[in-house]
Design a protein around this ligand. Structure first.
Ligand code: NAD
Ligand code: TYD
Length: 353
């Protein structure tokens, strides 16, 4: 089996669902169910014996040692993280605890487990660390996109904590020979995305008749990838990625935020027009910029395309249409997230703990 950490979050749950749709290999899913972890995302797996869910933290070394010994995974994929830049500005400590200390504890537990494996299992084992393009910092308007050689220049507490975790992963390969591979992916979007991030926030606010807050001038550029394409890249890297290497993952799709927001509004105008006939774009509201806001991210994905033959299946036009359609088709998921009902499962399940 494989061990996935953070598999109740946005990308992790998409990964687990896709994995089990394509493979018979079971998944041990370790997630601490913070506000970002949502068991509703995994509801379709409730009766599936191939999905073993454990609530717990990657910072809990004892638990990790026990789970590794008990389940003997052939690979570990580390998605678990605090992931929202705005939250990292207001409260950076949780980011250090999970992204830095948590990754360290996970690496330690995995290192001891791996070192004691029989030779064949040891030779095929892999630790895949899921990271972000934000570790590279901000690009000027005409600078070439980030390659794997780009210097790390993180600017937010979030990106700094992810950069620290990437460095630890690298060091465990060089020092202990741990068979690691790291991916640095651009901004993801798609189903099951928590509506604190740009695209899902714009969809749910638009439908609720609320303002659509665009930071600063809205001309910050992000490079967007449909989440299922990120998942296919991770499966490919797990299968064939070279140990000790890093792979940038992206869809060559740079767009300013305001264009993203307008695209979402136009799709909603088409698929769920406002009762008063006005365009959703009339709800756009320019607000104070995020402190230290990175101006531009862009991924050069040549290496993963060349070495591993990976390419995204979706264009932005097809992916964003699927995404908007998914939110329109899943009002219950949205309302449970907004009302906090999705967290009741945690309370009920662990009431006695
Ligand atoms: P998310 O915030 O939606 O999910 C994170 C998950 O980790 C949640 O289920 C949460 O409960 C869990 N978690 C948090 N702390 C934990 C801990 N201490 N132990 C165990 N579980 C814990 O994040 P996401 O958007 O799904 O991102 C997943 C990974 O991908 C992160 O490492 C992130 O840095 C990386 N990434 C995200 C993006 C993006 O656009 N969202 C892009 C590139 C890379
Ligand atoms: P976000 O989804 O938070 O991802 P990240 O900061 O990791 O790139 O934000 C994407 C972009 O959208 C970023 O430039 C900040 C901007 N943004 C807004 O303009 N308004 C918002 O309400 C949010 C959440 C983000």
């Amino acid at each position: 089996m494989i061990l996935v950490t953070g598999g109740a979050g946005f990308i992790g749950s998409n990964f687990v669902l896709d994995w089990l749709a394509q493979s018979a290999e079971p998944v041990l899913n370790l997630d601490d169910l913070t506000y970002a972890g949502n068991m509703q995302n995994l509801a379709s797996l409730q009766a599936d014996p191939r999905h073993v869910f454990v609530k717990g933290s990657i910072a809990d070394g004892e638990l990790l040692t026990k789970l590794l010994a008990q389940h003997q995974p052939r690979a570990v994929l580390n998605f678990a993280a605090e992931s929202h830049v705005d939250r990292s500005i207001h409260g950076p400590e949780a980011f250090i605890q999970t992204n830095v200390v948590g990754t360290f504890k996970l690496l330690e537990a995995v290192r001891h487990y791996w070192a004691a494996l029989p030779l064949e299992a040891k030779q095929t084992f892999k630790f895949l660390h899921v990271s972000t393009d934000e570790v590279y910092g901000s690009l000027s308007k005409d600078a070439p996109a980030f390659t794997e050689q780009h210097a790390y220049e993180p600017n937010s507490p979030y990106s700094a904590s992810k950069a620290a975790s990437d460095h630890l992963v690298r060091a465990y390969h060089h020092t202990y020979g741990l068979p690691v591979v790291t991916t640095n992916c651009s901004n993801n979007y798609g189903p099951l995305h928590f509506p604190e991030k740009l695209i899902p926030l714009m969809i749910v606010n638009a439908l609720a008749g609320k303002p659509l807050p665009v930071y600063g001038d809205g001309m910050q550029v992000r490079d967007w990838l449909y989440v299922k394409d990120h998942c296919s890249a991770l499966r490919r890297v797990l299968e064939a990625g070279r140990l000790g290497e890093t792979y940038n993952v992206g869809g060559w799709n740079e767009m300013p935020n305001i264009s993203i927001v307008n695209t979402v509004c136009n799709l909603l105008d088409e698929l769920r027009p406002r009762a008063d006939g006005k365009p959703y774009a009339s709800q756009i509201s320019y607000v104070t910029d995020r402190p230290g806001h990175d101006r531009r991210y862009a991924i050069d994905a040549s290496k993963i395309e060349r070495e591993l033959g990976w390419k995204p299946a979706e264009t932005f036009a097809t992916g964003i249409r699927k995404t908007v359609a998914w939110y329109l088709a899943n009002p219950e998921w949205v309302s449970h997230v907004q009302s906090g009902t999705y967290r009741e499962w945690v309370q009920t399940q662990y009431a006695a703990a």
